[in-house]
Write a protein that binds this ligand. Structure first.
Ligand SMILES: [Zn+2]
Length: 364
């Protein structure tokens, strides 16, 4: 139902894709592929369209809605009034105020949902730029996707268990279907679809996790993120944790790349450091020999008890600040669960609205 302005936006988008292709052709270090068709039904297609920034409005409130301008021909065809616009309900909350850019509407066939991405250009608050040299440390894993401790005393836990279970179930289903294939056949349409669904679900959740966390960190003045370096362990088979991640679920390299990209948008520096021993050391008495881990809990003979992954991130943090103690008391950790759309806090986490990030995301 989108009108002429949309056709124009599509043509512009197409033009810029070809222009960058031809520009890269002249660069001997690049090997560009021409802009492609967005898939087909069998391999999965991306249904996507654009709405020019002057052709839509979003009203935020109790019942948020998106109004899109529609051309006269379409109004007649769909019996809409002369001043009427295509009106859609929107779910989601804006985090930033700023000048609206070109809207992207994308159909997610796995969630059967239309998603809208709205870039906004924001004025950077000079106060937040200079605020603080605060540091956060992250421990990455599978059961806990990310555990984070900060020098501001905040702590975050993103639970990965459900996500991983779902990934594993799909993997088992793929194996079952493979066993049923006829001789000489090594894949099927259904198997290809499951692979695609599996990785898109995971990527969607991991991407959302990185964005959610980095925005929170940026808001409380974090300028440096330290992440445990597992890549050194990769060729070593003894590192079962690294192997578990590499082979089963997500790739450490992809996650840290994503982290670097999102941090860069927020002006945050990412450092990687060896995390050797961080998950065994007691944060209270500093001993590593007296601790014992049972499931996600680390206990120490000195009486300490805490979440093992949070302990690991906290040890990484204290090493980064040269074993000085963190000045502020540690707040109760904020825990997040993935609900297939967003990371929801399972504890109270009243957060101030952020004013520094760049893309709003909503669902129609
Ligand atoms: Zn201890």
């Amino acid at each position: 139902m989108l009108g002429g302005a949309t056709a124009q936006a599509m043509i512009k988008r197409n033009e810029s894709a070809w222009q960058s292709f031809f520009a890269l052709l002249d660069d001997p270090s690049e090997d560009p592929s021409p802009p492609g068709y967005w898939g087909n039904e069998e391999d999965g297609r991306t249904l996507q369209t654009y709405v020019r920034n002057d052709a839509y409005d979003i009203q935020w409130g109790e019942r948020s809605r998106l109004d899109i301008r529609v051309g006269q021909d379409l109004k007649e065809e769909f019996e809409m009034g002369y001043y009427e616009r295509l009106r859609l309900d929107v779910r989601g909350n804006p985090h930033w105020d700023g000048k609206s850019g070109r809207l992207t509407i994308e159909y997610d066939d796995i969630d059967d949902t239309f998603r809208v991405y709205q870039p906004v250009t924001v004025a950077v608050d000079p106060g937040s730029e200079s605020a603080g040299d605060e540091i956060a440390a992250l421990d990455l894993g599978v059961n806990t996707l990310v555990a984070c401790s900060t020098t501001t005393g905040r702590r975050y836990l993103y639970h990965g268990r459900d996500l991983f279970e779902r990934f594993r179930e799909t993997t088992e289903e793929i194996a079952r279907l493979r066993n049923q294939l006829e001789d000489g056949q090594n894949t099927s349409r259904r198997i290809r679809r499951l692979y695609r669904t599996r990785s898109r679900r995971r990527d969607h959740a991991v991407d959302a996790c990185v964005r959610d966390l980095v925005e929170r960190l940026s808001d409380c003045g974090i300028r440096t993120v330290v992440v445990g370096d597992l890549s050194a362990d990769f060729p070593v088979t003894g590192s079962s944790r690294a192997n578990e991640m590499v082979h089963n679920f997500w790739s450490y390299g992809e996650l840290t790349d994503q982290l670097r990209n999102v941090c860069e948008e927020q002006g945050i520096t990412v450092e990687s450091r060896s995390e050797a021993g961080t998950s065994q050391q007691c944060p209270d008495c500093g001993q590593a020999e007296r601790t014992c881990r049972h499931q996600s809990t680390l206990t120490c003979a000195c009486g300490f008890e805490g979440h093992a992954d949070l302990v690991a991130s906290r040890n990484l943090l204290t090493r980064r600040i040269d074993n000085r103690t963190i000045a502020r008391p540690m707040a109760r950790p904020v825990r997040f669960q993935w609900d297939n759309h967003e990371w929801r806090s399972t504890t109270d986490a009243s957060q101030s609205p952020t004013n520094s990030a760049r893309t709003r995301k909503m669902s129609l």
